[in-house]
Design a protein around this ligand. Structure first.
Ligand SMILES: Nc1ncnc2c1ncn2[C@@H]1O[C@H](COP(=O)(O)OP(=O)(O)OP(=O)(O)O)[C@@H](O)[C@H]1O
Length: 904
């Protein structure tokens, strides 16, 4: 990752003395964006000069040459062909650079009219940064690309996020200890952060880990009043009230986004949805370490393959896939909202033919959201218009399929029509276009050819018959070509020489003859009809007055045709832009439909069921399966053993904490993770791989499963383990779900056992959350006798003729041994080491080294001594630390006092 740099236009006037006009233009533009690599369009190339050329040539393996001198030194030069620029830009972005793209703002012919020395007008058309990409070629198809802004006002921290390619904007207030949860859920590619917050010791490491490329922002940009003004401009509204009430911190963060969009899009305004205010309490909180260890969207090695999403994803559109990812990244908390999603899947599940038809229709869709965003940013091509047309047509077809299914039911069943899920109802209304939108769709279909060229400049994308003026210009151009042909034939007949008329961009139309024929022509051309234009090695080129005239006519017709096409494109683009909100609504509906259909298909394939989700404190799963491990085993033709879990935080119907023991490799980790993953799926509103599941919603999910070293932060494995366990013990509530795998194993046996024991007691007695606690400390199983709401589970294995057989079955009771030595043998340890280990083990067991007098210990509650003085900063201290008194207005200072008071 690059070191943070500022990306702000610089107003300093550079010294261009002695530079050629083009170089002066380059230097002036570059001075405005000193931190971005400047690519300047010159003809068919984007040229890069000076230091940028050196950097880009090394990064892109380009030849580094020179062009002229400036202030007595050679000017380094590198260049990339304009048609391939996107690929080069993508590479630079991936390497952490920012790229300012400078384009020609007029036709070079226009510049020539101002005089032979006049240079073409050029300007920065956009600054490409990781979080503001919109080009398909630069984006990951199935992932979100977010830009976030982090700001604080009056002691309140706020995060705003935008996904430019789909127009989604979110904003939320976030408690400092929840920043990791929220950042890791958003996974931004780029973060705009108020300068002051970067200095904050608690915040910077989180940004470094989850924030993507960090862009510090000066305090002046964080001011909420100017932020509000920028937002009003961005949304084209006169007040933000229509979007809801935002706190000064939220407005400040949104204002940072607005400023950056303005800067990087060179003033072009994207069509964004109104900012959605995220209430963190409406979602299941999953902290970053838990998210990592559960491998929701990628494995710990960073791969999609092997993650939860890769096992579940049967979506057929990229927007649907992004939505599924979002839903898994941020599962819901409110049972009613969860059940609304589940209703949809339940409705779709038995309707297999309908599902197949819907999938078939959706499969042919291109990425409509991204096409729309390009069009609103003044980019995009005729192909993007086709994407919109096709999406609107398919939307209607999808709506009519859903409607038919609804009516069919009505006909099939006597009496009242069955209730259709609310979500499906909403999807249908969003998919049926309003009259103006369906008229726009028809117009687009009439206007744009079926397969338009990639680039607008290639022309030919408007259908014949759509615009009379265009048809006329084209007819003239085509007729003229006929006339050229006729002229060629006439001249050939007149001269007796096989005249060939050719065309190039420099000369226009010309006659080209071999040197020998040219000599013959000139010899017989007494009237000097043929004017010499150019001599090449073997060819000579001529023109005639008639040919020059014709050339002019043809070029004018072609230019007029092209200009007309571009005009029509602009008009259509504007009409699409004006209809953007409705088009986006339809797109969102398709994504939701895709996710629901995909999960219904997945549920059918995997025999998944609808979880019963309510506000109890239960977790009861019968024959649950790990979605990823079961799929991996199935692909190897191996079975997966389903397992049950039964927990109740209230302790009324089942244990609150299950201690899971069992030999190595017996499946403890798989069992723990499987239950956490099923909770995530259920709260994301998805069917789950089990025979049945009853879940009282979980507020926070914690997983402490095999942490790795975090050497970058100077934390050892054991330290990481303790940091994560501490986070659980301080943040979990009765409504949380916790999985703890072998805590305490990274230190000496007694220390580890003592920590594991005390943690288990604390979870049972104080936190009272539903917990699965896997351990190799078999001594802990004795806790079952001492604690009312704790039970023992074990994953068993049999030893048969020296062979270990794993049953992978979670049963009541505890395991007596770990079979570690046998597992070491299975892993291929040298036989001598295994045999020696066996001897040592027997000896140790005989000596009963770990036999402790633990039964004499008083219970946790009884042994609790007064809490030692806490060294961690209090919430009041944290809030005070996060403000800079000099930044506060009197109103904000007052607000801060109120916020501090609330913490008491
Ligand atoms: N329910 C199951 N059905 C079938 N195979 C399973 C099941 N659970 C686990 N396995 C297989 O057993 C292997 C080991 O499982 P896991 O890592 O969960 O064991 P463990 O008890 O946590 O081991 P250790 O104590 O050594 O960390 C898995 O990779 C998987 O292939």
């Amino acid at each position: 990752m690059n070191a943070p740099q500022t990306l702000t236009p610089d107003a300093t006037v550079p010294n261009v003395e002695g530079a050629t006009p083009v170089m002066a233009q380059y230097i002036q533009l570059k001075a405005q964006y000193p931190d971005a690599l400047l690519l300047m369009r010159m003809g068919d190339f984007y040229e890069i000069f000076f230091e940028d050329a050196v950097i880009a040539s090394a990064a892109l393996s380009l030849a580094l040459t020179k062009r002229g001198q400036f202030q007595g030194k050679d000017i380094p030069l590198a260049g990339v062909p304009a048609h391939a620029a996107d690929a080069y830009i993508a590479k630079l972005i991936r390497l952490g650079h920012r790229v300012a793209v400078c384009d020609q703002l007029e036709d070079p012919a226009e510049a020539k009219k101002r005089g032979s020395k006049a240079i073409v007008k050029r300007g920065i058309t956009r600054v490409v940064t990781p979080g503001t990409l919109t080009e398909d070629t630069l984006l990951e198809e199935r992932g979100a690309n977010r830009l976030v802004a982090l700001s604080s006002r009056g002691g309140v921290l706020a995060l705003a996020a935008v996904e430019l390619s789909t127009g989604d904007v979110e904003v939320l207030e976030v408690a400092p200890e929840q920043l990791g949860v929220q950042l890791s859920a958003l996974r931004p590619s780029e973060s705009l952060v108020a300068d002051r917050l970067i200095q904050d010791e608690a915040i910077y490491p989180l940004l470094k880990m989850y924030g993507g490329v960090i862009q510090p922002q000066p305090a002046s940009l964080c001011d909420p009043t100017s932020g509000e003004a920028r937002l009003l401009k961005l949304y084209g509204v006169s007040t933000l009230d229509g979007f809801g009430a935002f706190s000064p911190a939220e407005v400040s963060a949104l204002g940072l986004l607005a400023a950056y969009i303005d800067l990087t899009q060179a003033g072009k305004i994207p069509t964004l949805k109104p900012p959605a205010r995220v209430i963190s309490n409406n979602y299941l909180a999953i902290d970053a370490a838990t998210r990592n260890s559960l491998e929701i969207d990628r494995t710990q090695q960073g791969k999609r393959e092997g993650s939860l999403i890769s096992a579940l994803d049967m979506t057929v559109t990229s927007g649907g896939c992004r939505l599924l990812l979002n839903r898994l990244a941020r599962p819901l908390y409110n049972p009613a909202d969860i059940n609304a999603r589940l209703d949809t899947i339940e409705w779709l599940l038995p309707r297999r033919t309908l599902r197949e038809t819907l999938r078939h229709l959706m499969r042919s869709l291109s990425d409509q959201a991204r096409a729309l965003s390009r069009l609103s940013l003044g980019r995009g091509s005729a192909r993007d218009l086709c994407v919109i047309t096709q999406a609107l047509t398919i939307s209607e077809a999808l709506a009519s399929q859903l409607n038919d299914a609804r009516h069919q039911e009505h006909d099939d069943l006597a009496g009242d029509p069955p209730a259709i899920p609310q979500e499906i109802d909403g999807i249908i209304s969003a998919l049926v276009p309003s009259l103006p939108l369906s008229q726009l769709r028809d117009k687009l279909a009439r206007a744009v050819v079926e397969e338009p060229p990639l680039k607008l400049s290639d022309g030919g994308f408007i259908r014949p018959g759509f615009n009379a003026d265009l048809d006329e210009a084209r007819a003239l151009r085509d007729d003229s070509r006929q006339i050229i042909l006729a002229l060629e034939q006439r001249l050939a007949a007149e001269t007796g020489i096989a005249i060939r008329i050719k065309f190039n961009n420099v000369l226009g139309y010309f006659i080209e003859l071999s040197a020998k024929l040219a000599e013959q022509l000139q010899a017989q051309d007494t009237e000097r009809q043929f004017i010499h234009r150019q001599s090449l090695a073997n060819q000579v080129r001529f023109v005639t007055t008639e040919l020059i005239e014709l050339d002019g006519r043809i070029q004018r017709a072609a230019q007029q045709g092209q200009a007309l096409e571009l005009d029509i494109f602009e008009q259509l683009r504007e009409e699409v832009r004006l209809a953007a909100a409705e088009i986006q609504g339809g797109h969102d509906a398709i994504c939701a439909l895709d996710v629901a259909v995909a999960n219904a298909c997945w549920a059918e394939d995997w025999d998944a069921v609808r979880p019963v989700v309510d506000d109890s404190l239960r977790l009861e799963i019968s024959r649950g399966r790990h979605p990823v491990v079961a799929a991996a085993l199935k692909s190897q033709g191996k079975p997966f053993t389903p397992n049950d879990v039964d927990l109740d935080a209230s302790g009324a119907h089942a244990a609150r904490l299950s201690l899971v023991t069992g030999p190595n490799m017996a499946g403890k980790s798989t069992y723990l993770r499987q239950n956490a993953l099923l909770i995530i799926m259920a709260q994301a509103g998805l069917f789950v791989p089990a025979k049945s599941m009853h879940l009282g919603v979980v507020d926070k999910l914690f997983s402490r499963v095999g942490a790795g070293d975090d050497l970058a932060q100077g934390r050892s494995t054991f330290m990481m383990e303790m940091v994560e366990t501490a986070a659980i013990l301080t943040q979990a509530s009765e409504r949380s779900f916790i999985i703890l795998d072998e805590i305490g194993r990274g230190t000496a046996t007694y220390d580890g056992l003592a920590i594991a024991w005390a943690s288990a007691e604390n979870l049972h007695e104080v936190i009272k959350a539903r917990t699965l606690f896997a351990t190799h400390y078999h001594e802990l199983s004795r806790l079952e006798e001492r604690m009312k709401h704790l039970n023992n589970l074990s994953l068993t294995a049999h030893e048969h003729n020296g062979e270990l057989i794993f049953l992978h079955e979670a049963r009541k009771g505890s395991a007596d041994r770990s079979y570690g030595v046998q597992v070491a043998r299975l892993a291929g340890m040298p036989p001598a080491v295994v045999s020696r280990a066996r001897d040592i083990l027997t000896r140790l067991e005989e000596e009963n080294q770990t036999q402790l007098k633990l039964d004499d210990l008083p219970l946790f509650s009884a042994s609790r001594t007064p809490e030692p003085a806490s060294f961690a900063p209090s919430k009041v201290e944290t809030m005070l630390r996060s403000v800079n008194p000099d930044d506060l207005s009197p109103k904000e200072a007052l607000e801060l006092i109120y916020n501090l008071h609330k913490l008491l």
